[in-house]
Design a protein around this ligand. Structure first.
Ligand SMILES: Cc1ncc(COP(=O)(O)O)c(C=O)c1O
Length: 365
């Protein structure tokens, strides 16, 4: 890498910085996950929080529970601090500086920034509002080159919340395989289908590498319980790479993750009924707002409406200054006409938030 290239190297995420420093508001509809659970909801005793244990290449009970959950060998499971670090590890294992990769657009910017930080030559393929933000295998095929080593997507898609079906994933897998490329699928939102044994893209072929965590669907961001599923040789390489990054995790966190994994069905039930209720409210709200157009997924916690004919910036500013409400401005997802709205917060905040959003839209009429 030349000095000039090194100078330009991405070393930060604009979105993550905004999320940590500027996204909070009295009515916060900017978060994409379920409201955070409290420790006492996991029924944990102090003895459960032992700080030392067998944790070399993953705490076996945690690795085994994840293997069982996804119907894979434990040797295919790598554990990591949240989907964020799972993505970083997977990308770092799959990318050599200068490798061409194909990344969806709009994208979850911290993941894109990580690929850029790792020196990938990033090409983009578009998921268009007009096509319901669906992935088009034909568009991917047009953008693949003999140099493409990796295709990266999120499922559900962040920011639109749109689910990619298995047929499309299979077509994508075939294209990648013909090209000797891999497919990285961030499945953190797929957990919001709340299946006891989730249908992960991992099973569609060895070219698939998937990441996920308990963060979004279960309100367990604080546990940083993330994972990568990869074919066994790659999983082994990722573990060895992790020795350079994180060596070993916080053992008490591993133990808490095991407890959480055993409690998932009860946590899922509450989360799902909340999201169903809030999605209905948001759909009713959108029915009455001519100035917004939106793809409306049947699952998940996020939608990405567009303000007809203008940027969402004025709306986002007004929401913040006059209505103490935050949503994520579309500029963070490369589509400034849009804004992302999250449905996973508490019901009072969500209902009042929608009311305030309506008032702000009236102001702009
Ligand atoms: C697509 C995607 N991946 C990963 C993450 C981060 O997940 P975690 O908190 O488990 O690191 C987010 C959070 O917004 C996300 O939207």
């Amino acid at each position: 890498m030349s000095a000039a290239q090194s100078e330009r190297r991405v070393r930060a995420s604009e979105y993550m910085h905004w999320a940590k420093t500027s996204s909070r508001a009295r009515f916060n509809l900017a978060t994409s996950g379920l409201e955070n659970l409290k420790l006492d909801e996991l029924q944990v005793s102090l003895a459960d929080l032992e700080i030392t244990g067998e944790t070399g290449y993953g705490y076996p009970p945690r690795r085994n529970l994840l293997a069982e959950r996804f119907r894979v060998e434990a040797a295919s499971v790598v554990t990591a601090a949240g989907t964020s670090f799972a993505n970083h590890l997977a990308l770092a294992a799959l990318i050599n500086p200068g490798d061409e990769i194909l990344f969806e657009s709009p994208a979850y910017e911290p993941m894109l920034a990580t690929a850029e930080y790792l020196g990938a030559s990033v090409k983009r393929f578009h998921r268009r509002f007009e096509d319901g933000f669906a992935i088009s295998p034909a568009e991917i095929e047009r953008n693949l080159s003999p140099l493409t080593r990796l295709v990266v997507i999120t499922n559900f898609h962040n920011p639109s919340g749109v689910l990619t079906n298995n047929q499309t994933l299979k077509e994508l897998g075939e294209l990648a395989q013909q090209n000797k490329a891999r497919v990285l699928v961030d499945e953190v939102y797929l957990e919001m289908l709340f299946a006891e044994s989730p249908e992960t893209a991992f099973h569609l072929g060895e070219q698939f590498v998937v990441t996920g965590s308990l963060t979004k669907a279960f309100g367990l961001s604080g546990l940083r319980c993330g994972w990568i599923l990869a074919e066994q040789q790659l999983a082994e390489r990722i573990w060895r790479l992790n020795d350079l990054f994180a060596a070993t995790p916080v053992h008490a966190g591993e133990r808490l993750s095991v407890i959480a994994l055993k409690h998932l069905p009860a946590i899922a039930e509450r989360a799902q009924s909340k999201l169903d209720k809030h999605r209905l409210l948001l759909n009713q709200f959108l029915d009455g707002r001519d100035e917004l157009e939106a793809i409306r997924p049947a699952f998940g916690s996020i939608m990405f409406p567009r303000v007809k004919g203008q940027s969402s910036e004025r709306l986002c500013d007004l929401l913040r200054t006059k209505y103490e409400l935050s949503v994520v401005p579309g500029k963070f997802f490369e589509l400034p006409a849009h804004f992302r709205i999250g449905m996973g917060g508490d019901s009072e905040t969500f209902t009042e938030g929608l009311d305030r959003l309506g008032q702000a839209l009236n102001d702009l009429r």
